[in-house]
Design a protein around this ligand. Sequence first.
Ligand SMILES: [Fe+2]
Ligand SMILES: [Fe+2]
Length: 289
Amino acid sequence: MTRELPGTEIPTAAILLPTDEMCAAVDGFLAASPAARAWDVETAFDWDRAAADRLTEGQRSAVQFVTYIEDHLPGYFDVYQRYFPVDGRVDQDTFVHNRELYHFTVRWALEEDTHARALARYQQAAGMAERSTLRDELAVEGRKPFDLPYRHPVQFFAYALVQEKATQLYYQSLREVSGDPVLAAVLSRLARDEARHFSFMADVVGRYLRTQGDAVVEPIREVVAGFRMPLADTMRGYWRWALRIADVADYDHTAAYAHLVRIIDRAVDTRTEPLDELVRFLDRCRALT
Ligand SMILES: [Fe+2]
Ligand SMILES: [Fe+2]
């Protein structure tokens, strides 16, 4: 999907993070993700021991739900291609920035694709789903569009920061209650990856705060104010399902806001008035839940 969406523009170097800053963030992510610590679906787990009858019905439902979310990777990956293109649609400076970011994006996409495969494999191995039925079900949601129609580049990273942290915390709490050790092992791997993805997003948002200061405050506030988990607007029965999975294990995306406050405080020596206002807003969002 490469359509241009109304009201959205490709960010240019004028508002992007300086390329050296993006480069440092990407290098940091890749240094924290050495090949020796990588894992694969084929060998990392004892699939023969997977048994869905050890899970409650709610836990099985949670596994199905997060499989849908992870399986939508082509849609998420496409957002980066549309807003940070690596082709002739952008000028030289923008290209150079986007090319550096691409080193992150492809690695991240490989990891997320592995999450989708691991969860689907679990469903088959544990006796929850037939492979062909599952792939047809996933395709129904997978074909639906995904977009983040943001106006400032920091917003894509602020959105992903909240989403990655929320997902990490959910996997950790689902792992705690999981009756099947094989599922627990899968969730441990996933949570560790999400934690690294979050760290990259946190690093990038911190760098935007340091280099652009108050100019990124309102864009970040907009992301928090309008936050929806991926697929919330398109997936059949999303809200009913989301409430149900929150019953099974703690799920609360506002838990990520405390981390955002910490990133703000690490990025600046003293909070400006707009930053103070943003932190008060984040605290109010947390208090509401
Ligand atoms: Fe993931
Ligand atoms: Fe992730």
